[in-house]
Write a protein that binds this ligand. Structure first.
Ligand code: GDP
Ligand code: IMO
Ligand code: MG
Length: 441
C-alpha cells in the first residue's frame, strides 16, 4: 500500500496534472483534497487535451476511483460541466467519482465579493517586482490586490472557517434554505455597500437546488471508503492544487491562496492520518512561473528577450499570461524541507533547449549573510540578494528522448545540480506536455 502526495514545489502550474495522469495507472484512488476550481491542471493523453479544474486528473486511468475530499470547495456548475465533458469524451466517471458532502459550495456572492475585494485593493497591481522596472513592488504591492482567479476562493474559505459556509450535507434538509437566507441578508449588505447588485433568494435557491439534484448521485461520505481502502492496502494518489508558495501559511502572504497546499492538508481534507503519507512527489518546473501578484524573486522582466518568450505560458484557468523567472533552488529546497518531498518530478526540461546559458538561483543572502526563504516575508523578499549560477545550456531538441543517458551532458548536469541542491532525487523528467513525453529514472 502506498499513499503518495503530488505537490507543486513553486507557485503552481508546475505540471501536476500531467504527473498525476501518468502516475494514476497504478493507483486505486486519486483524490483532490484542497483548493477549488482556481486550479487548472493540463492533461494530454489518448483521450485528448484537457484543462481540469475539480475532478482529479488521474480519472483517465480506468482502474481508479476519483475522490473530491471535504477540503475542496466546489463551484457546482464547473463540476457538472466537467463531469458531462468527461462522460462525453468516453472517460466515464459514473460510479467511480465521489464527492464529499462535507465540501463547501462556492455561492454567487463569493465570486462577487472576490471581485469587489480585489477592486477595492487595487486590481491593477500585478505585483511584478524586481530588477529592471523600477520600484513597482513598493508602489503597487504594499496593499495591492492578490490577483486572484476571481473564482470566489478567498470568500468561500473565509465563510468556512467563520461558520458561515454552505455544504452539500445542508441540502438533505431545509438547512440549505435556512442558511442561504441568513447569508444573503449578510452578503447583500456588503455587496450593496461596495457598489454591487443584491442577489435574489429565489433565484439562488432554485439554481442551487437544481445543482444538487444533478450532483446527488456523486455525493457520498468518504470516511469509510478511505478508511477501508487504507486498511485493505490500496494505493492512493493525492493531487494537490496550487503550489507550496501559494500556501496560506508558508506562501508569500498575502499573495497566496486560501487553502493549505502542503501534504498535511490531505489529512484534514480527505481524512488520511499523516503517518500514511509516505511518498511525496515534488513537481518542479525547470524554470519558474507565477500568475497574479506577489514576489517572484528570479523574475525576468525583459519581455523582448528570447528566454521570456520561451518561458511564456497562458494560465489554464484564467487565460492570463504567466510571469516567468529562472529556476529558484532556494524555493524548491524549502518545498522539499517543508513537505518532506521524497522524489522530484522535473517538468518542461525541453523548454530550456536552445539557450546558450541558463541562470539558476542557488540561494539567498541578506546583508551579506546566507538566509532561507522563511527568514523574510513577502515584502522582505524584495531586499534579498540572489546568488546566481550560470550554467551551459544545450541546443538539441530533447522531446523524443526517453532515457536519462540519451540527454545531452549539460542537460544531465542541470538535473544533477537540481537534485543535489534541492535535497531530493529527480525520478521523472518531463520533455513534452504529453503523458508519454516522460523520462523515468
Ligand atoms: P498544473 O496546474 O501544475 O497541473 O500545471 P498547468 O497544467 O497549469 O501548467 C503546466 C503546463 O506545462 C501545461 O501547459 C502542460 O501541458 C505543460 N507541461 C507539463 N509538463 C511539461 C513538459 O515536461 N514539457 C512541456 N513542454 N510542457 C509541459
Ligand atoms: P494550479 O493548481 C497558479 C493564484 C492566483 C492568485 C492567488 C490567489 O493550476 O497550480 P485564488 O483565486 O486562489 O484566491 O488566487 O493564487 N493561484 C494559482 N496560480 N496555479 C494555480 O493552481 C493557482 N490557484 C490560485 O493567480 O495569485
Ligand atoms: Mg495550473
Amino acid at each position: 500500500m502506498t499513499v503518495t502526495a503530488v505537490i507543486g514545489s513553486q507557485w503552481g502550474d508546475e505540471g501536476k496534472g500531467k504527473a498525476v495522469d501518468f502516475l494514476a495507472g497504478s493507483m486505486d484512488y486519486v483524490a483532490r483534497f484542497n483548493g477549488g476550481n482556481n486550479a487548472g491542471h493540463t492533461v494530454i493523453n489518448e483521450y485528448g487535451t484537457f484543462k481540469i479544474h475539480l475532478v482529479p486528473s488521474g480519472i483517465f486511468a480506468q482502474n481508479t476511483t476519483g475522490l473530491i475530499g471535504g477540503g475542496v470547495v466546489i463551484d457546482p456548475q464547473v463540476l457538472i460541466d466537467e463531469i458531462e465533458m468527461l462522460n462525453k469524451t468516453g472517460v466515464g466517471v459514473d460510479d467511480r467519482l465521489w464527492v464529499s458532502p462535507r465540501s463547501h459550495l462556492i455561492m454567487p456572492y463569493h465570486k462577487i465579493l472576490d471581485g469587489l475585494y480585489e477592486e477595492a485593493k487595487g486590481a491593477g497591481a500585478t505585483g511584478t517586482t524586481r530588477r529592471g522596472i523600477g520600484p513597482v513592488f513598493a508602489d503597487k504591492v504594499s496593499a495591492g490586490a492578490t490577483g486572484t482567479t476571481r473564482r470566489g476562493i478567498g470568500p468561500v474559505f473565509a465563510d468556512k472557517v467563520s461558520y458561515n459556509g454552505i455544504r452539500w450535507t445542508d441540502f438533505t434538509s431545509d438547512m440549505f434554505e435556512q442558511r442561504l437566507q441568513v447569508q444573503l441578508q449578510l452578503k447583500n449588505k456588503i455587496i450593496i455597500a461596495l457598489g454591487g447588485e443584491a442577489l435574489k433568494y429565489e433565484e439562488v435557491r432554485n439554481t442551487y437546488r437544481d445543482y444538487y439534484s444533478k450532483l446527488k448521485p456523486y455525493i457520498k461520505e468518504l470516511f469509510s471508503l478511505v478508511q477501508d481502502g487504507l486498511k485493505a492496502g490500496k494505493n492512493f494518489l493525492l493531487e494537490q492544487a496550487m503550489g507550496t508558495f501559494l500556501d496560506t501559511d508558508w506562501g508569500t502572504y498575502p499573495f497566496v491562496t486560501a487553502s493549505t497546499t502542503i501534504p498535511s492538508a490531505a489529512s484534514a481534507g480527505l481524512g488520511i492520518p499523516p503517518r500514511y503519507i509516505t511518498n511525496v512527489i515534488g513537481v518542479t518546473k525547470a524554470y519558474t512561473t507565477r500568475v497574479g501578484g506577489g514576489p517572484l524573486p528570479t523574475e525576468i522582466n525583459d519581455t523582448d528577450s528570447e528566454v521570456y518568450k520561451k518561458f511564456g505560458e497562458v494560465a489554464a484557468t484564467t487565460g492570463r499570461v504567466r510571469r516567468v523567472g529562472w529556476l529558484d533552488l532556494e524555493i524548491v529546497r524549502t518545498a522539499v524541507d517543508l513537505s518532506g518531498v521524497t522524489e522530484l518530478c522535473l517538468t518542461k526540461l525541453d523548454t530550456l533547449s536552445g539557450l546558450e546559458e541558463i541562470q539558476v538561483c542557488m540561494g539567498y543572502k541578506l546583508n551579506g549573510n546566507n538566509i532561507r526563504y522563511a527568514d523574510v516575508d513577502a515584502y522582505g523578499l524584495d531586499k534579498v540578494e540572489l546568488t546566481y549560477k550560470k550554467v551551459k545550456g544545450w541546443q538539441q531538441d530533447i522531446t523524443q528522448v526517453r532515457t536519462f543517458e540519451e540527454l545531452p551532458q549539460t542537460a544531465k548536469d542541470y538535473v544533477t545540480m537540481i537534485e543535489e541542491s534541492a535535497g531530493a532525487p529527480v525520478k521523472w523528467i518531463g520533455v513534452g506536455p504529453q503523458r508519454e513525453a516522460t523520462i523515468r529514472r
